[in-house]
Design a protein around this ligand. Structure first.
Ligand code: SF4
Length: 274
């Protein structure tokens, strides 16, 4: 039987996540960026790896060693980025890594378009869920990511994540367990953000939310005129005000001018260096 493998585009310590996921300067998230994605977002900032398959195959033994090595380097967690299509292999690797001394939390960094059945299978494996809630309007999800029923599927997934992990739990500023939900505001689409925030408030408005202003038109976004620009201050203000009106108090909102900081280039040795 062929040995099981996963495809990884990059791994290493990185600092682009919310503060409790990166800790201090000498710590960082232990990022493992998997190749491939079951969504096809026309504006994907990681398109080199999610859509074009850039990456290299690693055995499960190598994946275990990568996790243990990130822990040894001082990473405060193992941050599994776009892991869904590799969930079966990742589960085996995490169990093996824990046998061999992995104690830092496992972060499941996803787009929330995933089945409750798969998430239940990951119960006890994942400590911190870090899903995006990308679309509050189904048609927008279909237009930009090619998937049907996004709000319904993502809501069910986030409810299951919250049930498993509970609210965000931090100790000395470092996250150990819980959930942080991200939402990125798209230009000319504030209704989409309003509806997404409505759903999240209905689930639990005490959840930690990472509201992102970093949208920048990349990949195929230039073929969709309405999203072929960054968001404006007015759009950002309307969404942050709306979020406040819904009673969200926990979480983070990005600075509006942060786009250049967050666009990785996976052709570089470290995609996150300028
Ligand atoms: S879900 Fe994320 S990684 Fe996947 S295509 Fe969309 S933006 Fe890219």
């Amino acid at each position: 039987m062929r040995e099981e493998t996963v495809k990884i585009a990059w791994f290493g310590k990185h600092f682009g996540e919310e503060p409790p996921l990166v800790g201090k300067k000498d710590q960082g998230a232990g990022g493992i960026f998997f190749s491939g994605c079951h969504l096809h977002c026309v504006f994907c900032q990681n398109w080199q790896i999610s859509q074009e398959g850039k990456g290299k195959e690693y055995s499960l033994e190598e994946l275990v060693n990568i996790m243990l090595d990130l822990q040894k380097q001082g990473a405060v967690n193992i941050d599994l980025v776009t892991p869904v299509i590799w969930s079966r292999q990742i589960k085996k690797a995490v169990l093996e890594a824990r046998e061999r001394g992995l104690i830092i939390p496992i972060v499941w960094n996803t787009n929330a378009y995933e089945s409750v059945g798969m998430l239940r299978d990951m119960e006890g494996i994942v400590d911190i869920y870090l899903p995006d809630f990308k679309y509050g309007i189904e048609e927008i999800g279909y237009r930009y990511s090619g998937v049907k029923n996004y709000p319904e599927i993502a809501e069910k997934a986030i409810r299951e994540m919250l049930k498993q992990a509970g609210p965000l739990f931090t100790k000395k500023g470092i996250a150990h367990k819980g959930i942080i939900v991200r939402h990125m505001v798209l230009p000319n689409n504030i209704e989409n953000s309003f509806r997404a925030l409505d759903v999240l408030a209905k689930i639990d408005n005490s959840m930690h939310i990472g509201l992102m202003s970093q949208y920048f038109p990349l990949y195929h976004a230039d073929q969709y005129t309405e999203i072929n620009r960054p968001i404006t201050f007015e759009e950002w203000k309307k969404v942050t005000d709306y979020m406040e009106d819904l009673g969200f108090e926990n979480g983070w909102t990005q600075e509006l001018d942060s786009s250049s900081v967050y666009i990785p280039d996976f052709n570089k040795e470290n995609p996150f260096t300028p």
